[in-house]
Design a protein around this ligand. Structure first.
Ligand code: ZN
Length: 568
């Protein structure tokens, strides 16, 4: 491709709204342009990279035995009502009406749509296992679109759904996707960290996210330094067993604590470790009040709490409910009470000796609180967030925290959709059986952005060869028409040798051309200038590093092949 006839609007300056490297470089290198908040145009160079990622995904999905579909991006409200999600999806789902008043969603995901079509296609165990997928646009009414294509309102996803006769079959489908995902990201030159993830409101059991470590990642990951334990913070567990406090149990006593409300205030007032407090928080779980009790030095993990409660909606209770449940103003809740309220205790609570907690009375706390004696630990769960330094649940070594961008997610959905949408097939004995589902997504735009995030320097992008928009950046430095004709010959030779060549034939300064080549980040740069016209010397340089090497035209094709072979 001749740059003089291409659309490659590189920018010298960073766009003011681009705060992360990938956004900044994708804009500056002329890959994307902003249409409006959270919506982007792919320009030709960006589209080439995007298409290469898509091609790799498609190859690996096909190799794993999945079948490609193309679903409508607009899905009818009736489908969402069948699964019960029309009401539960919330404000992130775009909803529209046609002229007759029929309602639709601009699909943020396609569980319902795929389940419905598969329902019409399968009737017997012989039709399973089945894995269906598409690479298509999704919509999400993001409250805060940002980071360019990393968090946008419209994006391309590969989403796949597997249908199996039983859990054993589901596990095989899941493992096949797990292998395919590793292969896909590896081929894209992207280093990912597979972490255990929460299955959240989707229901289901196993779940794994493919994360790219990044300062701008919106998810926190906990990684063990000694073993292979890796989990996102929503899911991460940590080894317990530390006893808080000590000595012989003291008598329970009331302590007057006017104007002492926060845990920090209380720790100063009682001059003790924050971990000795039993923080008691009242929630509404699907409308019913519950009290969660966790140590004062720990943050509650609401996803873990929701999972323990099997609740689909969890929110902090309004003050009026707290007052009703505890009989005291907000700030004095505690588990030592005669009132009947469902209580859930974090695993660390039982280890507290002579703890402190709200007395369910205004301006009063209890000290000398001992679990088992002063209140009963009935329901006990892991309810708190793991943080850096916490011991790994598998081996006990301290874990570290890192931030990550999620590029892929696989999980075992279970029967949520096949049951609610009444999918059934006849098993070998001729009995109606409900298939079990898995669900597997890859954010395609995000994958491209994550690659740029992972591979760049201060001059520009450094593309892994498999997804570089072109293989070779041919920089022609010419003054005379006859030199341009010689360069055309060279361009022709490289194209005929099978390389994808971006050929800078512009009448511009070498400085501008080199800066644009570094910005575009194609794996191999070939420079043909004065040396070429005089002595036939060409210069070849790998964007991944290394020296400029001189070659003659006769050895150029071979040299480019070698250079490409050496690129990640
Ligand atoms: Zn470990």
């Amino acid at each position: 491709m001749r740059i003089s006839r291409y659309i490659l609007p590189t920018l010298k300056e960073d766009p003011s709204d681009a705060v992360v490297s990938s956004h900044r470089l994708m804009m500056r290198a002329g890959l994307i342009r902003k249409e409006s908040a959270g919506m982007y145009v792919y320009l030709p160079l960006g589209l080439r990279a995007l298409r290469k990622v898509i091609a790799i995904i498609k190859e690996e999905m096909d190799a794993a035995g999945a079948h490609e579909f193309l679903m409508p991006e607009m899905t009818s409200a009736d489908l969402w009502r069948e699964s019960g999600r029309w009401d539960s999806m919330g404000p992130e789902m775009f909803r529209i009406r046609d002229r007759n008043g029929l309602e639709y969603a601009l699909a943020p995901t396609h569980e319902e749509a795929f389940t419905a079509v598969v329902r019409s296609l399968i009737s017997s165990y012989r039709d399973l296992p089945l894995n269906v997928y598409q690479i298509n646009t999704k919509f999400r009414d993001e409250i805060r679109p940002r980071y360019g294509v990393i968090r946008s309102k419209e994006f391309i996803m590969k989403d796949a759904y597997s249908f199996d006769m039983d859990e054993k079959g589901l596990d095989e489908s899941y493992q096949a996707m797990r292998r395919a995902y590793r292969q896909i990201f590896q081929r894209c030159g992207l280093e990912t960290i597979p972490v255990q993830a929460d299955t959240g409101s989707m229901g289901g059991s196993d779940s794994e996210e493919f994360m790219v470590a990044s300062e701008v990642g919106e998810e926190v990951l906990l990684l063990c330094g000694s073993c292979d334990y890796k989990a996102n913070q929503e899911k991460a567990e940590f080894r317990r067993g530390d006893r808080k406090g000590g000595g012989a149990p003291e008598a329970l006593r009331e302590v007057s604590t006017p104007d002492v409300k926060t845990i920090a205030d209380l720790a100063a007032f009682f001059q003790c470790d924050e971990g000795l407090f039993l923080k008691s928080i009242v929630y509404l779980a699907d409308g019913a009040p519950v009290m969660a009790v966790v140590p004062g030095n720990r943050e509650i993990n609401e996803l873990k709490l929701a999972r323990a409660l099997k609740a689909t909606a969890l929110e902090l209770a309004p003050d009026s409910v707290v007052e009703e449940v505890t009989g005291a103003p907000v700030g004095f809740a505690g588990p030592v009470t005669d009132k009947k309220v469902r209580m859930l205790f974090d695993l660390a609570v039982k280890g507290v000796v002579n703890g402190i907690t709200g007395a369910n009375k205004k301006d009063l706390h209890y000290a000398g609180v001992n679990p088992g004696r002063d209140f009963t630990i009935g329901e006990e769960y892991d309810l708190t967030k793991a943080v850096a330094g916490d011991p790994c649940p598998k081996c006990g070594s301290p874990m570290r925290e890192t931030k990550g961008i999620e590029v892929g997610h696989i999980f075992k959905l279970g029967y949520k959709y096949t049951k609610s949408m009444k999918v059934s097939v006849l098993n070998e004995q001729g009995r109606e059986t409900t298939p079990i589902m898995g669900c597997y997504g890859i954010g395609v735009n995000r994958t491209v952005a994550a690659i740029v995030e992972q591979h760049h320097d201060d001059k520009g992008i450094i593309w892994p060869k498999a997804i570089a928009p072109f293989d070779v950046h041919l920089v022609g430095i010419w003054k005379e028409e006859q030199e341009l004709r010689a360069l055309e010959g060279l361009y022709d030779t490289l194209s005929k040798a099978g390389f994808e060549v971006l050929y800078d034939d512009r009448k511009a300064s070498p400085g501008i051309k080199f800066a644009d080549a570094d910005l575009a980040g194609l794996p191999v740069r070939v420079t043909a200038g004065k040396g070429y016209f005089q002595t036939g010397d060409l210069e070849i340089k790998c964007r991944w590093g290394g020296e400029v090497v001189k070659v003659k035209e006769s050895g150029l094709v071979e040299a480019i092949r070698d250079s490409l072979a050496g690129c990640p």
